[in-house]
Design a protein around this ligand. Sequence first.
Ligand code: FAD
Length: 464
Amino acid sequence: QRTLIWFRRDLRLFDQAALYHALKDSREVVPVFIFDRDILDDLPAQDRRVAFIHGSILELQLALRQAGGELVVRHASAPTAIVQLAREFGVDAVYTNHDYEPAAVARDEMVRGALEQAGVSFATFKDQVIFERDEILTQARGMFSVFTPYKRAWLAKLDAFYLRAYPVQRYIGSLARLPPQTVPTLTQLGFAEDTLAGLPITPGMTGGEFLVEDFRQRINRYHETRDFPGVKGPSYLSVHLRFGTVSIRELAAFAHAQGGIGAQTWLSELIWREFYQQILWHRPEVVSHAFKAEYDALPFPNKPDWFAAWCEGRTGYPIVDAAMRQLNQTGYMHNRLRMIAASFLVKDLLIDWRWGERYFAEKLIDFDLAANNGGWQWAASTGCDAQPYFRIFNPVTQSQKFDPQGRFIRRYCPELAALSDKDIHAPWQARAGVSAGNYPAPLVDHAVQREAALALFNIARVAG
Ligand code: FAD
């Protein structure tokens, strides 16, 4: 058969499920990537993710050429383009990997229908997770909504079979020989060229491999370092996991084989990723609703000027502002800070978690619907297995605990550099005469807002 392999969030040539099956099942395989106008046309020109994808596509094209193939690239509405390409290349089948986001599920069903009408089959595969959809269920065959038992069941099911890499190389000779194809430039796609300039982000398989190698040296200390944004603790692999420039099987196998508390803690994070993916699959309504129905209509006051201050990193709480500036300047935010910044927006500024979720979705280079929604609903106490509503992060004590010398704060709030390690967490309490430059006074009083948040959640609980 002749098969078209449609690359999406799996931009690599090794251990890739759909690619492997296409090569193995076919005489000829035509690899395609579509810069999907249905998604891209709504994004701002400064979007860093498009630059990451673009860089990864250029590398993929080169790697395919070295293997004797060629990548066909289009800039169009994906469903229409796929059907057209299937016709153009006269293929019998289109292969691709599963995507669990509701919009992608709907798109893929549409594509399936259109292809089948044209006499082309559509086959999809699990690739970006170890376990998907219904593979991990409770004893009553239901979805897990609590993480710890999900993780236990996940680990109990894990064996060598699920970690085995797909040997793509074995069948690489099936790549179709095609005339050279062009990849549109970022400018031609309508995006800025230099959005990754100066950032420590290398797209593609090369960038992913470099970070994996780097993290191998640190994984044994992950459990001790992961919560401190001022030190290099985590792997920074999230953007590569998002776009599939690394293989989840390779990473999970590595962590599993490594053993020890550092690697086990890291493997747990990969399991959180799958936990939220299966929540999104089973409960797609979480995209716009609270997982816990009683918290869906919390009467948030939603002050626009407070929201703007949060977005711009000028709330007067240094750890929150440093976090938001990191996000704005680099497209990344440390996990501990995501929790602190999200909690502050919802429980100190009393702004609907969906506003913050949307802002993160726009700015994060690793934006992933399942993880972002899960993280926000966790912090807002509206989610499954979330932080209880009465447990409210104190931004000053979080700062003292996780950035004790203010190393991270000083990096992003240089106007506070002159403050002592003690004063930097709450500049308004600093000794008279110590300058905090033009750093703003705190927007709100945490103690007061804490009570207001409790009252807000209590209204919903009583009403529910
Ligand atoms: P590491 O600590 O090295 O973790 C390894 C990998 O595990 C990550 O790359 C990621 O794929 C996964 N992971 C880690 N923690 C989580 C988690 N809590 N939930 C799901 N997966 C996790 N992660 C995203 O990938 N995209 C998002 O859009 C996103 N939004 C978030 C929003 C909020 C409010 C919160 C609290 C968390 C969010 N996370 C998100 C999870 C987490 O913060 C990031 O995955 C992590 O900071 C990425 O850095 P890293 O790759 O160095 O992580």
